[in-house]
Design a protein around this ligand. Sequence first.
Ligand code: NAP
Length: 304
Amino acid sequence: MENVIIVGTGCAGLTAAIYTARANLSPLVLEGRLPGGQLTTTTAVENFPGFPDGVDGPDLIQRMHQQAEKFGARFQFGTVEEFQSGKPHRLKVDGAWLETKALIIASGASPRYIGIEGESKLIGHGLTSCATCDGAFYRGVPVCVVGGGDSACEEATFLTRFASEVYLIHRRDSLRASKIMADRALSNPKIKPVWNATVTGYLVDAAGEVEGVKLRNTKDGSESELALKCVFVAIGHEPNTAAFRQALETDSNGYLVQKTGTRTNVEGVFAAGDVADHVYRQAITAAGQGCAAAIDAERWLADS
Ligand code: NAP
């Protein structure tokens, strides 16, 4: 029986691990499909306080991991398949059941794809959501980024290091991104915005690799095609709550609902970071929530 299990090793999970470990709760931390969370798929993080020259995302995560381990957090690879609330709470992880008094869910959110039929088969064959991971494979060829937020601008700017040109395909004619990120992207001569357009299909070559996209203009409905070698999708995220939705309250988009502080509707279960936050979604706010969840869990354990 564990005192506290933490699901997730992004900023929220690792901060919760540091705090619960320092409170001598010997947390068990579950590392899921993307150990380290979304920061492991970014490059420079320029807005995490304390790093005036920026910090490499994976590096920041590794430091948090070390810090948690130093205070006694234990790490285990595994994906939660099922959750049963109770005393104790039970989690089925890769076929085996674990029991815990308190549970902190910090399983984050995963990148969303467009939803075109057969899309999942193309992931890794010219379709991806991670420029940091796959950008270097597309040197000297045209690529596109789909989306108009900070992620899309960041990915597009990063991809100009490799690609011959980067089409930024957005469904409206103004970006959602913050001004600094938007200006940086739009002033880059390699980035070519394609306004008022949605991707309606992929063009695939004989080897099964993407060789272009079909576009529809959102204003006049006209259709066109664009030849390119890779599509980087940056249109937001889905919360990783599938295993918890039956037992815990979620909102209409599947995000866990926090009642008081980080408490969910179930006693002894706490939620932190992007799994419960579709508003701020920053590394620093996720870390802050991880801290709050650890303190909430610690106090709940002391009182129960
Ligand atoms: P986002 O802000 O939600 O932007 C998603 C973009 O995708 C929007 O432009 C949206 O269009 C578009 N979109 C959504 N669904 C679509 C669909 N089905 N087809 C076509 N386009 C679609 O997501 P994000 O860019 O991932 O950013 C998430 C959060 O992380 C934000 O708070 C952002 O500030 C933060 N972030 C920060 C940094 C940084 O500071 N370094 C970097 C990345 C992200 P509409 O605009 O029309 O809705």
